[in-house]
Design a protein around this ligand. Structure first.
Ligand code: CAA
Length: 258
């Protein structure tokens, strides 16, 4: 379907979703979030898609929730529509991996959107922040919870209380992003990572995503048991047998998602 605030391209098993509101630094308004939710749901259902990449522009991944759209809203408005709730739920339903490619500003809801992805590759131009405090507001798409889990309490608290921005280098050092690449190479490196994932068994990829995400939701003992049972369960798949046999035969595995 045709979108106005995002652009979607599907190439070689990877769905590339680009946020596209250049005049507003990709601020996340209701229309964009609705389209993004639809595009993600379609990518999840599309058998050709094995990995999703989410990106913005060179200047901004996304500069946050749309302040112009929110400014006049009341508590009754945002509580009634459960602002950001449905989008958060959509993101959590996606079982295919989502990689964020972040250049420029990733602020407020933009930083939170990147953190909702499965991992973040950052350009050396990326700037992360939770500046809602400057608006008399608090993060609403997971910032206080996810940033704290990524970078620890002290740095998360400082970011939220001061609203300062973090460079890409600091973000990598503190565990927010998986790696930093030169801005010119951001898409090439991210697409290469996505292609690598797309070549694996889709069953195994889903199991990995589920297991790692589980670690945020449960105790260590329960998480270890969940992981071990998934490990056991994959012995029922042809892809696990093929993967191990290919290693023994010294050849590339041919996965069939079975
Ligand atoms: N919402 C709406 N419009 C935004 C926006 C946002 N979050 N961020 C930028 N824009 C718009 C600007 O209003 C401007 O539009 P106009 O030309 O029509 O005025 C255009 O994008 C370009 O922005 P600037 O002129 O400000 O560009 P800059 O290079 O001087 O500054 C910036 C860039 C530092 C990112 C600055 O735009 C900025 O501080 N943006 C707001 C960041 C922010 O506070 N984000 C948090 C939002 S609240 C939130 O996200 C809640 C949540 O947790 C879900």
């Amino acid at each position: 379907m045709a979108f106005k605030s995002i652009v979607v391209e599907i190439d070689d098993h990877v769905a590339l979703i680009r946020l596209n509101r250049p005049d507003a630094l990709n601020a996340l308004n209701a229309a964009l979030l609705t389209e993004l939710g639809q595009a993600l749901t379609e990518a999840e259902a599309n058998e050709k898609v094995r990995c999703i990449v989410l990106t913005g522009s060179e200047k901004a991944f996304a500069a946050g929730a749309d302040i112009k759209e929110m400014a006049e809203k009341t508590f009754v408005d945002v509580f009634s529509e459960d602002l950001f709730g449905p989008f958060n739920d959509t993101m959590l339903r996606i079982r295919k991996p989502i990689v964020a490619a972040v250049a420029g500003y990733a602020l407020g809801g933009g930083c939170e959107l990147a953190m909702m992805c499965d991992f973040i590759i950052a350009a050396d131009t990326a700037k992360f922040g939770q500046p809602e405090i400057n608006l008399g507001a608090v993060a609403g798409l997971g910032g206080t919870q996810r940033l704290t889990r990524f970078v620890g309490k002290s740095k998360s608290m400082e970011m939220h209380l001061t609203g300062r921005f973090m460079t890409a280098e600091e973000a990598e050092r503190s565990g927010l992003v998986s790696r930093v690449v030169p801005a010119k190479k951001l898409m090439e490196e991210t697409m290469a990572a996505a292609q690598k994932i797309a070549a694996k068994s889709a069953l195994t990829v889903m199991a990995v995503k589920e297991a790692v995400n589980r670690s945020y939701e449960t105790t260590l003992a329960e998480g270890l048991l969940h992981e071990r049972r998934l490990f056991h369960a994959l012995f029922a798949t042809e892809d696990r047998r093929e993967g191990m046999q290919a290693f023994l035969d010294k050849r590339e595995a041919q996965f069939r998602d079975r």
